[in-house]
Design a protein around this ligand. Structure first.
Ligand code: ATP
Ligand code: MG
Length: 423
Protein backbone atom coordinates (compact mmCIF):
# COMPACT_ATOMS: atom_id res chain seq x y z
CA UNK A 1 0.00 0.00 0.00
CA UNK A 2 1.25 3.43 -0.83
CA UNK A 3 1.32 6.18 1.73
CA UNK A 4 -0.87 9.14 0.99
CA UNK A 5 0.39 11.18 3.91
CA UNK A 6 3.86 11.09 5.41
CA UNK A 7 4.64 13.40 8.31
CA UNK A 8 8.16 13.57 9.69
CA UNK A 9 9.30 15.23 12.93
CA UNK A 10 6.59 17.86 12.82
CA UNK A 11 6.62 20.73 15.34
CA UNK A 12 4.34 23.69 15.83
CA UNK A 13 5.13 26.27 18.47
CA UNK A 14 2.88 29.32 18.85
CA UNK A 15 4.34 32.56 20.18
CA UNK A 16 6.92 35.21 19.52
CA UNK A 17 10.08 33.22 20.05
CA UNK A 18 9.53 29.71 18.73
CA UNK A 19 13.30 29.23 18.29
CA UNK A 20 14.03 29.72 21.98
CA UNK A 21 11.13 27.44 22.85
CA UNK A 22 12.36 24.84 20.37
CA UNK A 23 15.80 24.81 22.01
CA UNK A 24 14.24 24.26 25.42
CA UNK A 25 12.07 21.52 23.99
CA UNK A 26 15.04 19.71 22.50
CA UNK A 27 16.74 20.07 25.89
CA UNK A 28 13.83 18.13 27.35
CA UNK A 29 11.75 20.84 29.02
CA UNK A 30 8.00 20.32 29.26
CA UNK A 31 5.19 22.32 27.67
CA UNK A 32 4.35 24.13 30.93
CA UNK A 33 7.93 25.12 31.72
CA UNK A 34 8.45 26.40 28.20
CA UNK A 35 5.32 28.48 28.35
CA UNK A 36 6.52 30.02 31.60
CA UNK A 37 10.04 30.69 30.35
CA UNK A 38 9.26 31.95 26.85
CA UNK A 39 5.53 32.62 26.60
CA UNK A 40 5.41 30.17 23.67
CA UNK A 41 2.89 27.35 23.40
CA UNK A 42 4.10 24.00 22.16
CA UNK A 43 1.08 22.71 20.23
CA UNK A 44 2.62 19.83 18.25
CA UNK A 45 5.94 18.22 19.05
CA UNK A 46 7.86 15.70 17.06
CA UNK A 47 4.90 14.04 15.37
CA UNK A 48 5.81 11.42 12.78
CA UNK A 49 3.27 9.17 11.10
CA UNK A 50 2.12 7.70 7.84
CA UNK A 51 -1.37 7.26 6.49
CA UNK A 52 -1.87 4.70 3.76
CA UNK A 53 -4.17 5.37 0.84
CA UNK A 54 -7.78 4.56 1.70
CA UNK A 55 -7.13 4.40 5.42
CA UNK A 56 -8.92 6.16 8.26
CA UNK A 57 -6.33 7.62 10.63
CA UNK A 58 -7.90 8.80 13.86
CA UNK A 59 -6.19 11.29 16.15
CA UNK A 60 -7.54 11.17 19.65
CA UNK A 61 -6.67 13.24 22.69
CA UNK A 62 -7.95 15.58 25.36
CA UNK A 63 -8.76 19.23 24.76
CA UNK A 64 -5.63 21.24 24.04
CA UNK A 65 -3.54 18.22 23.07
CA UNK A 66 -2.89 19.65 19.60
CA UNK A 67 -5.37 17.85 17.35
CA UNK A 68 -6.74 20.88 15.53
CA UNK A 69 -3.29 22.36 15.15
CA UNK A 70 -2.20 19.14 13.47
CA UNK A 71 -5.12 19.32 11.04
CA UNK A 72 -4.37 22.95 10.25
CA UNK A 73 -0.76 22.02 9.54
CA UNK A 74 -1.84 19.21 7.22
CA UNK A 75 -4.12 21.58 5.38
CA UNK A 76 -1.38 24.18 4.98
CA UNK A 77 -3.44 26.73 6.91
CA UNK A 78 -0.48 27.36 9.21
CA UNK A 79 3.22 26.69 8.58
CA UNK A 80 5.10 24.25 10.80
CA UNK A 81 7.89 25.43 13.08
CA UNK A 82 9.84 22.52 11.67
CA UNK A 83 9.27 19.15 10.05
CA UNK A 84 7.92 17.81 6.79
CA UNK A 85 4.39 17.07 5.57
CA UNK A 86 4.13 15.13 2.31
CA UNK A 87 0.65 14.68 0.88
CA UNK A 88 0.37 12.81 -2.37
CA UNK A 89 4.03 13.48 -3.06
CA UNK A 90 3.71 17.22 -2.49
CA UNK A 91 5.39 19.02 0.39
CA UNK A 92 2.59 21.01 1.99
CA UNK A 93 4.94 22.80 4.37
CA UNK A 94 6.98 24.21 1.48
CA UNK A 95 4.06 24.94 -0.83
CA UNK A 96 3.17 28.57 -1.32
CA UNK A 97 0.69 30.69 -3.25
CA UNK A 98 -0.85 28.97 -6.26
CA UNK A 99 0.68 25.63 -5.40
CA UNK A 100 -0.85 25.67 -1.93
CA UNK A 101 -4.22 26.80 -3.25
CA UNK A 102 -4.06 23.99 -5.77
CA UNK A 103 -3.40 21.40 -3.04
CA UNK A 104 -6.19 22.80 -0.89
CA UNK A 105 -8.68 22.82 -3.74
CA UNK A 106 -7.92 19.54 -5.39
CA UNK A 107 -6.23 17.28 -2.90
CA UNK A 108 -7.62 18.02 0.54
CA UNK A 109 -10.97 18.98 1.98
CA UNK A 110 -12.02 19.75 5.49
CA UNK A 111 -15.23 18.74 7.23
CA UNK A 112 -15.89 20.59 10.48
CA UNK A 113 -18.05 20.13 13.53
CA UNK A 114 -19.93 23.28 12.59
CA UNK A 115 -20.93 22.49 9.10
CA UNK A 116 -21.07 26.19 8.13
CA UNK A 117 -23.74 25.77 5.50
CA UNK A 118 -25.13 28.86 3.79
CA UNK A 119 -28.63 29.11 5.27
CA UNK A 120 -30.25 30.77 2.27
CA UNK A 121 -28.77 28.43 -0.29
CA UNK A 122 -30.41 25.17 -1.23
CA UNK A 123 -28.78 21.94 -0.12
CA UNK A 124 -27.56 21.18 -3.63
CA UNK A 125 -26.03 24.66 -4.00
CA UNK A 126 -24.27 24.25 -0.68
CA UNK A 127 -22.85 20.93 -1.84
CA UNK A 128 -21.76 22.46 -5.15
CA UNK A 129 -19.99 25.36 -3.43
CA UNK A 130 -16.48 23.94 -3.72
CA UNK A 131 -17.02 23.17 -7.38
CA UNK A 132 -18.22 26.72 -7.96
CA UNK A 133 -14.96 28.01 -6.49
CA UNK A 134 -13.09 25.69 -8.80
CA UNK A 135 -14.90 27.26 -11.75
CA UNK A 136 -16.96 24.22 -12.74
CA UNK A 137 -19.93 25.15 -15.00
CA UNK A 138 -23.37 25.33 -13.31
CA UNK A 139 -24.97 22.30 -14.99
CA UNK A 140 -21.97 20.09 -14.32
CA UNK A 141 -21.66 21.12 -10.70
CA UNK A 142 -25.36 20.49 -10.06
CA UNK A 143 -25.00 17.05 -11.58
CA UNK A 144 -21.97 16.23 -9.44
CA UNK A 145 -23.59 17.64 -6.33
CA UNK A 146 -26.71 15.53 -6.90
CA UNK A 147 -24.55 12.44 -7.32
CA UNK A 148 -22.86 12.90 -3.93
CA UNK A 149 -26.18 13.79 -2.31
CA UNK A 150 -27.40 10.47 -3.59
CA UNK A 151 -24.41 8.76 -1.97
CA UNK A 152 -25.25 10.23 1.42
CA UNK A 153 -28.97 9.50 0.99
CA UNK A 154 -30.15 13.09 0.71
CA UNK A 155 -30.98 13.53 -2.95
CA UNK A 156 -34.64 14.09 -2.10
CA UNK A 157 -33.62 17.15 -0.08
CA UNK A 158 -31.55 18.76 -2.82
CA UNK A 159 -33.77 21.81 -3.16
CA UNK A 160 -34.55 22.24 0.54
CA UNK A 161 -32.84 24.80 2.73
CA UNK A 162 -30.38 23.56 5.37
CA UNK A 163 -32.68 24.82 8.14
CA UNK A 164 -35.31 22.27 7.10
CA UNK A 165 -32.91 19.42 7.90
CA UNK A 166 -32.01 17.81 11.21
CA UNK A 167 -28.52 18.21 12.66
CA UNK A 168 -27.46 14.78 11.44
CA UNK A 169 -28.70 15.51 7.95
CA UNK A 170 -26.93 18.86 7.91
CA UNK A 171 -23.74 17.10 8.83
CA UNK A 172 -24.30 14.76 5.89
CA UNK A 173 -24.65 17.81 3.66
CA UNK A 174 -21.33 19.05 5.08
CA UNK A 175 -19.79 15.69 4.27
CA UNK A 176 -21.31 15.73 0.77
CA UNK A 177 -19.85 19.17 0.19
CA UNK A 178 -16.46 17.82 1.18
CA UNK A 179 -16.84 14.88 -1.18
CA UNK A 180 -18.18 16.85 -4.15
CA UNK A 181 -14.76 17.99 -5.29
CA UNK A 182 -13.56 14.38 -5.12
CA UNK A 183 -10.62 15.10 -2.83
CA UNK A 184 -7.80 12.64 -2.23
CA UNK A 185 -7.70 13.40 1.46
CA UNK A 186 -10.52 14.30 3.86
CA UNK A 187 -9.64 16.06 7.08
CA UNK A 188 -12.43 15.78 9.63
CA UNK A 189 -12.04 17.77 12.85
CA UNK A 190 -14.56 16.41 15.39
CA UNK A 191 -17.22 16.32 12.68
CA UNK A 192 -19.76 14.56 14.88
CA UNK A 193 -18.92 16.37 18.12
CA UNK A 194 -22.08 18.49 18.15
CA UNK A 195 -24.49 15.62 17.44
CA UNK A 196 -26.43 13.81 20.11
CA UNK A 197 -25.21 10.28 20.83
CA UNK A 198 -27.71 8.27 18.78
CA UNK A 199 -27.36 10.44 15.68
CA UNK A 200 -23.64 10.36 16.21
CA UNK A 201 -23.62 6.56 16.07
CA UNK A 202 -25.66 6.63 12.90
CA UNK A 203 -23.20 9.05 11.34
CA UNK A 204 -20.26 6.87 12.36
CA UNK A 205 -21.89 3.87 10.72
CA UNK A 206 -22.72 5.88 7.66
CA UNK A 207 -19.18 7.12 7.34
CA UNK A 208 -17.92 3.53 7.50
CA UNK A 209 -20.48 2.42 4.91
CA UNK A 210 -19.58 5.29 2.63
CA UNK A 211 -15.88 4.66 3.09
CA UNK A 212 -16.32 1.07 1.83
CA UNK A 213 -17.23 2.58 -1.53
CA UNK A 214 -15.14 5.74 -1.52
CA UNK A 215 -11.88 4.51 -0.01
CA UNK A 216 -10.72 8.05 0.76
CA UNK A 217 -7.72 8.75 2.88
CA UNK A 218 -9.22 10.26 6.01
CA UNK A 219 -7.69 11.99 9.01
CA UNK A 220 -10.38 12.02 11.65
CA UNK A 221 -10.10 13.98 14.89
CA UNK A 222 -12.02 13.05 18.01
CA UNK A 223 -11.73 13.07 21.77
CA UNK A 224 -14.06 10.11 22.04
CA UNK A 225 -12.30 6.76 22.42
CA UNK A 226 -15.36 4.83 21.35
CA UNK A 227 -15.47 6.76 18.11
CA UNK A 228 -11.73 6.35 17.61
CA UNK A 229 -11.85 2.57 18.07
CA UNK A 230 -14.88 2.24 15.84
CA UNK A 231 -13.59 4.28 12.93
CA UNK A 232 -9.83 4.09 13.00
CA UNK A 233 -7.78 1.71 10.90
CA UNK A 234 -4.99 3.32 12.87
CA UNK A 235 -5.32 5.49 15.94
CA UNK A 236 -2.88 8.04 17.33
CA UNK A 237 -3.28 9.05 20.96
CA UNK A 238 -2.06 12.60 21.48
CA UNK A 239 -0.96 14.24 24.71
CA UNK A 240 0.63 17.69 25.08
CA UNK A 241 1.33 17.82 21.37
CA UNK A 242 3.02 14.43 21.27
CA UNK A 243 1.90 11.11 19.86
CA UNK A 244 2.11 8.80 22.84
CA UNK A 245 0.88 5.77 20.89
CA UNK A 246 -0.02 4.94 17.30
CA UNK A 247 -1.64 1.62 16.50
CA UNK A 248 -4.74 -0.33 15.64
CA UNK A 249 -7.68 -0.43 18.04
CA UNK A 250 -6.52 -3.87 19.12
CA UNK A 251 -2.96 -2.67 19.75
CA UNK A 252 -4.14 0.20 21.87
CA UNK A 253 -6.70 -1.73 23.87
CA UNK A 254 -4.47 -4.71 24.52
CA UNK A 255 -1.14 -2.88 24.95
CA UNK A 256 -1.61 0.67 26.15
CA UNK A 257 1.75 2.45 25.89
CA UNK A 258 1.56 4.33 29.19
CA UNK A 259 -0.71 5.33 32.07
CA UNK A 260 -2.31 8.07 30.03
CA UNK A 261 -3.48 5.61 27.39
CA UNK A 262 -4.28 3.03 30.03
CA UNK A 263 -6.62 5.49 31.72
CA UNK A 264 -8.51 5.87 28.44
CA UNK A 265 -8.91 2.18 27.86
CA UNK A 266 -9.39 1.16 31.50
CA UNK A 267 -13.13 0.93 31.22
CA UNK A 268 -12.97 -1.65 28.50
CA UNK A 269 -13.54 -4.26 31.19
CA UNK A 270 -17.13 -3.17 31.39
CA UNK A 271 -17.62 -5.66 28.59
CA UNK A 272 -17.09 -8.27 31.27
CA UNK A 273 -19.61 -6.65 33.59
CA UNK A 274 -22.64 -6.06 31.42
CA UNK A 275 -24.57 -8.57 29.39
CA UNK A 276 -26.55 -8.86 26.18
CA UNK A 277 -29.74 -8.56 28.22
CA UNK A 278 -28.58 -5.17 29.51
CA UNK A 279 -28.32 -3.61 26.07
CA UNK A 280 -30.91 -5.45 24.03
CA UNK A 281 -33.82 -3.72 22.35
CA UNK A 282 -37.36 -4.93 21.81
CA UNK A 283 -37.16 -6.83 18.52
CA UNK A 284 -38.98 -5.64 15.43
CA UNK A 285 -39.85 -8.77 13.46
CA UNK A 286 -41.65 -10.20 10.45
CA UNK A 287 -43.29 -13.59 10.00
CA UNK A 288 -41.67 -15.93 7.51
CA UNK A 289 -44.84 -17.36 6.02
CA UNK A 290 -47.29 -14.47 6.18
CA UNK A 291 -45.21 -11.33 5.63
CA UNK A 292 -43.80 -10.22 2.28
CA UNK A 293 -40.49 -8.66 1.34
CA UNK A 294 -42.31 -5.32 1.05
CA UNK A 295 -43.63 -5.73 4.60
CA UNK A 296 -40.10 -6.29 5.85
CA UNK A 297 -38.77 -3.26 4.02
CA UNK A 298 -41.56 -1.05 5.30
CA UNK A 299 -41.07 -2.18 8.86
CA UNK A 300 -37.32 -1.54 8.69
CA UNK A 301 -37.97 1.91 7.33
CA UNK A 302 -40.60 2.72 9.94
CA UNK A 303 -38.22 1.66 12.70
CA UNK A 304 -35.09 3.01 10.99
CA UNK A 305 -33.39 -0.35 11.14
CA UNK A 306 -30.84 -1.82 8.76
CA UNK A 307 -31.97 -5.35 9.51
CA UNK A 308 -34.70 -7.26 11.30
CA UNK A 309 -35.41 -10.79 12.43
CA UNK A 310 -37.73 -13.23 10.71
CA UNK A 311 -39.81 -15.51 12.89
CA UNK A 312 -41.52 -18.78 12.11
CA UNK A 313 -44.31 -18.67 14.66
CA UNK A 314 -42.44 -18.14 17.93
CA UNK A 315 -39.01 -19.28 16.89
CA UNK A 316 -36.28 -17.43 15.03
CA UNK A 317 -35.58 -18.37 11.40
CA UNK A 318 -33.13 -15.75 10.27
CA UNK A 319 -32.40 -12.14 9.63
CA UNK A 320 -32.94 -9.92 6.58
CA UNK A 321 -31.11 -6.71 5.77
CA UNK A 322 -32.53 -3.59 4.18
CA UNK A 323 -29.88 -3.80 1.52
CA UNK A 324 -30.61 -7.40 0.51
CA UNK A 325 -34.38 -7.04 0.54
CA UNK A 326 -34.39 -3.83 -1.46
CA UNK A 327 -31.93 -5.35 -3.94
CA UNK A 328 -34.18 -8.39 -4.36
CA UNK A 329 -37.22 -6.18 -4.90
CA UNK A 330 -35.37 -4.10 -7.45
CA UNK A 331 -34.28 -7.21 -9.29
CA UNK A 332 -37.50 -9.21 -9.22
CA UNK A 333 -40.09 -6.47 -9.16
CA UNK A 334 -42.77 -5.84 -6.55
CA UNK A 335 -44.66 -8.89 -5.36
CA UNK A 336 -42.10 -11.33 -6.68
CA UNK A 337 -39.68 -11.50 -3.82
CA UNK A 338 -40.00 -14.11 -1.15
CA UNK A 339 -38.72 -13.15 2.25
CA UNK A 340 -36.94 -16.46 2.54
CA UNK A 341 -34.88 -15.70 -0.58
CA UNK A 342 -33.10 -12.79 1.15
CA UNK A 343 -32.90 -14.42 4.56
CA UNK A 344 -29.56 -14.96 6.28
CA UNK A 345 -29.78 -18.08 8.41
CA UNK A 346 -26.31 -18.21 9.95
CA UNK A 347 -26.93 -15.31 12.32
CA UNK A 348 -25.48 -14.99 15.80
CA UNK A 349 -27.68 -15.88 18.73
CA UNK A 350 -26.70 -15.47 22.36
CA UNK A 351 -28.55 -15.71 25.64
CA UNK A 352 -29.37 -12.84 27.93
CA UNK A 353 -26.49 -13.52 30.26
CA UNK A 354 -23.78 -13.51 27.62
CA UNK A 355 -21.12 -10.95 28.52
CA UNK A 356 -20.67 -8.08 26.10
CA UNK A 357 -17.02 -8.85 25.52
CA UNK A 358 -18.12 -12.11 23.97
CA UNK A 359 -20.31 -10.22 21.54
CA UNK A 360 -17.45 -8.48 19.75
CA UNK A 361 -16.96 -11.51 17.51
CA UNK A 362 -20.64 -11.92 16.60
CA UNK A 363 -20.97 -8.13 16.19
CA UNK A 364 -18.25 -8.08 13.57
CA UNK A 365 -20.69 -9.67 11.11
CA UNK A 366 -22.43 -6.29 11.14
CA UNK A 367 -25.86 -7.78 11.84
CA UNK A 368 -27.95 -7.29 14.96
CA UNK A 369 -27.38 -10.17 17.37
CA UNK A 370 -30.38 -12.24 18.43
CA UNK A 371 -30.95 -12.72 22.14
CA UNK A 372 -32.86 -15.98 22.46
CA UNK A 373 -34.08 -18.27 25.20
CA UNK A 374 -33.59 -22.03 25.32
CA UNK A 375 -36.70 -22.50 23.18
CA UNK A 376 -35.18 -20.35 20.36
CA UNK A 377 -37.68 -17.60 21.11
CA UNK A 378 -36.45 -14.08 20.39
CA UNK A 379 -36.21 -12.01 23.56
CA UNK A 380 -34.41 -9.04 22.12
CA UNK A 381 -31.80 -7.87 19.66
CA UNK A 382 -28.45 -6.26 20.31
CA UNK A 383 -27.40 -3.72 17.70
CA UNK A 384 -23.74 -3.82 16.70
CA UNK A 385 -23.29 -0.24 17.91
CA UNK A 386 -24.52 -1.15 21.38
CA UNK A 387 -21.63 -3.57 21.68
CA UNK A 388 -19.06 -1.09 20.43
CA UNK A 389 -20.50 1.66 22.61
CA UNK A 390 -19.29 -0.31 25.59
CA UNK A 391 -15.81 0.81 24.73
CA UNK A 392 -16.84 4.38 25.60
CA UNK A 393 -14.77 5.28 28.61
CA UNK A 394 -16.78 8.36 29.46
CA UNK A 395 -19.96 6.65 30.54
CA UNK A 396 -19.93 5.41 34.09
CA UNK A 397 -23.57 4.35 34.16
CA UNK A 398 -24.73 0.88 33.23
CA UNK A 399 -25.83 0.89 29.62
CA UNK A 400 -29.51 1.49 29.06
CA UNK A 401 -31.40 -0.04 26.17
CA UNK A 402 -33.43 2.30 23.93
CA UNK A 403 -36.59 0.60 25.10
CA UNK A 404 -36.99 -1.93 27.87
CA UNK A 405 -37.28 -5.47 26.56
CA UNK A 406 -40.81 -6.63 27.19
CA UNK A 407 -41.67 -9.96 28.70
CA UNK A 408 -38.17 -10.29 30.13
CA UNK A 409 -37.96 -10.46 33.91
CA UNK A 410 -35.76 -7.62 35.14
CA UNK A 411 -33.57 -9.67 37.40
CA UNK A 412 -32.69 -12.39 34.92
CA UNK A 413 -29.95 -10.81 32.90
CA UNK A 414 -27.71 -9.91 35.81
CA UNK A 415 -28.04 -12.96 38.02
CA UNK A 416 -27.62 -15.64 35.40
CA UNK A 417 -24.18 -14.85 34.15
CA UNK A 418 -24.01 -17.93 32.05
CA UNK A 419 -22.18 -17.55 28.82
CA UNK A 420 -23.23 -19.49 25.84
CA UNK A 421 -23.08 -18.74 22.16
CA UNK A 422 -25.85 -20.79 20.65
CA UNK A 423 -25.00 -20.60 17.00
N1 ATP B 1 -3.37 30.31 17.22
C1 ATP B 1 -2.88 29.92 18.39
N2 ATP B 1 -2.08 30.69 19.12
C2 ATP B 1 -1.56 30.29 20.29
N3 ATP B 1 -1.79 29.09 20.84
C3 ATP B 1 -2.61 28.26 20.17
C4 ATP B 1 -3.20 28.60 18.91
N4 ATP B 1 -3.95 27.57 18.49
C5 ATP B 1 -3.84 26.63 19.43
N5 ATP B 1 -3.03 27.02 20.44
C6 ATP B 1 -2.64 26.22 21.60
O1 ATP B 1 -2.08 25.02 21.13
C7 ATP B 1 -2.46 23.92 21.93
C8 ATP B 1 -3.19 22.89 21.09
O2 ATP B 1 -4.43 23.44 20.69
P1 ATP B 1 -5.42 22.68 19.69
O3 ATP B 1 -6.51 23.61 19.35
O4 ATP B 1 -4.64 22.12 18.58
O5 ATP B 1 -5.95 21.50 20.61
P2 ATP B 1 -7.11 20.44 20.34
O6 ATP B 1 -6.53 19.10 20.66
O7 ATP B 1 -7.69 20.63 19.01
O8 ATP B 1 -8.16 20.83 21.46
P3 ATP B 1 -9.77 20.69 21.44
O9 ATP B 1 -10.08 19.26 21.73
O10 ATP B 1 -10.19 21.59 22.55
O11 ATP B 1 -10.26 21.14 20.10
C9 ATP B 1 -3.29 24.49 23.06
O12 ATP B 1 -2.45 24.68 24.16
C10 ATP B 1 -3.78 25.80 22.49
O13 ATP B 1 -4.02 26.73 23.51
MG1 MG C 1 -9.65 21.09 18.31
Amino acid sequence: MTNKITVTNLYKIFGNSPEAAFDLLVRGDGKEAILEATGATVAVQDASFEVAEGEIFVVMGLSGSGKSTLVRLLNGLIPPTSGQIMIDGQDVAQAKGDMLRQIRRNTITMVFQHFALFPHWSVVDNVAYGLKIKGVAPAERREKALAVLDQVGLVAWADSLPGDLSGGMQQRVGLARGLASDPQVLLMDEPFGALDPLIRREMQDELLELQKKLKKTIVFITHDLNEALLLGDKIAIMKDGRFVQVGTAQDIVSNPADDYVRAFVADIDRGRVFTAGDVSNVPVTVQLHTDTAEDALRRMEESQLDALYVLDGDSVSGVVTHRDVSAALRQNGPGNSKLSASMITNFSAVNEGTYLHELFGPASAGLPIAVTDVGNRLLGVVETQAVLAQLDSESTQPPTPHQPATGVPDTDSRVSHTKEVVK
